[in-house]
Design a protein around this ligand. Structure first.
Ligand SMILES: *Cc1c(COP(=O)(O)O)cnc(C)c1O
Length: 359
């Protein structure tokens, strides 16, 4: 039996995608072997790799002067790769810290000691429940860094910061493919796969061509974007199965009508949940209303004891992994692309029942 899985990541994939992978698993399209067994230099794999890249380009409308890199190491590895590849001009970067992952990226950049890393704004004062309206951005940076959707705290950028210098770099790990993004407004966008794209393994880095350089002195070969850019992301063995699953998921998204359609569904799903929470008189979501994420919805009941009871009973009702992150407590419903509207309705029905039994 399938459950409604509200995990923040790895998270749900569309059933149709899983079933296709299951049909293909042992014998991929009559070639007598699994994608997990085949050479990454084979014709079959090459087709998967190219189709994955071209579907990303088509669905995200990625302009021709951007390269799409498929790398490993997770989103976290890009916390290091970004400064190592980008601090090649003035050697300065501004970071806007809107959550735990942004803070980690900021700290990683500082720790490398390859440039002047500046904290331009943070919303830590109110446990990251809002996106700062102002930032102390400098006029001589190589880049400005943001996290577009804050997975743990449930906020997102809806209006991008106005830059004084440099290019915008954004971590879109938890909202890629979930809402439309105008790629041309960024220098670099990147995302780990396991929230909205595929099983963990591949990390997608979308980078404007002129930003692909040798990086700072001593930049390791495997962190240098140029290494994979010059080899079409086949410099070494890529995470083939994750890329194959991404391809299937992108095909599915295309059939559904693309990101525009997906965003409408995500707006509908999240509005159902936020409206219910706001009108319940029992549950609360602490996030500044205009900064609310479409993907991650944290909420609490009136007490910690009830929160714990909620998580326990939700699990018994087939609503899984709804416990909040340890930094926030309470609950968090991650409602990525693959969470059907019925899953959100089932959650709301359970929330109503729980409220009536516990208020
Ligand atoms: C999950 C997540 C990360 C970390 O991703 P890994 O692939 O585990 O390194 C980074 N940033 C954001 C916004 C995330 O949601």
């Amino acid at each position: 039996m399938r459950v409604y899985n509200f995990s923040a990541g790895p998270s749900m994939l569309p059933l149709e995608v899983l079933e296709q992978a299951q049909r293909d698993f042992v014998d991929y399209q009559g070639c007598g072997m699994s994608v997990t067994e085949m050479s990454h230099r084979s014709k079959q794999y090459d087709e998967i790799h190219s189709e994955c890249l071209s579907l990303f380009r088509e669905l995200m409308q990625i302009p021709d002067n951007y390269r799409i890199l498929l790398v490993q190491g997770g989103a976290s590895q890009q916390f290091d790769a970004i400064p190592l590849n980008m601090l090649t001009g003035t050697g300065r970067a501004d970071y806007i810290v809107t959550g735990n992952f942004a803070k980690k990226a900021y700290q990683a950049a500082k720790a490398l000691n390859v440039g002047d890393i500046h904290l331009a704004a943070t919303s830590e004062d109110k446990t990251y429940t809002y996106i700062p309206a102002q930032a102390d951005l400098r006029d001589d940076t190589d880049y400005v860094y943001i996290t577009q959707n804050n997975t743990i705290f449930g906020t997102r950028w809806t209006k991008l910061p106005r830059l004084k210098s440099g290019v915008l770099v954004s971590d879109v790990s938890s909202n890629i493919l979930g809402e439309q993004i105008d790629v041309s407004r960024y220098g670099v966008l990147y995302a780990g796969a396991q929230k909205n794209v595929a099983p963990a393994g591949v990390t997608i880095v979308i980078v404007r061509e002129d930003l692909i350089t040798d990086g700072v002195a001593g930049c390791p070969t495997m962190l240098r974007w140029k290494t994979q850019a010059e080899a079409d992301s086949l410099y070494n063995t890529p995470p083939c199965f994750s890329i194959y699953m991404a391809m299937l998921n992108l095909r599915y998204l295309k059939k559904l009508g693309g990101i525009r359609e997906m965003q409408k569904i995500n707006e509908y799903k999240s509005a159902l949940l936020y409206d219910f929470i706001d009108n319940s008189g029992f549950y609360t979501n602490a996030v500044n209303p205009q900064d609310r994420s479409l993907m991650n919805v944290p909420f609490v009941t009136p007490s910690k004891e009830l929160d714990a009871e909620f998580v326990k009973q939700a699990t018994q009702h087939g609503l899984l992994s709804i416990k909040g992150h340890k930094l926030v407590g309470g609950m968090r419903a991650s409602i990525y692309n693959a969470m059907p509207v019925e899953g959100v309705r089932a959650l709301i029905a359970f929330m109503q029942k729980f409220q009536s039994e516990n208020k």
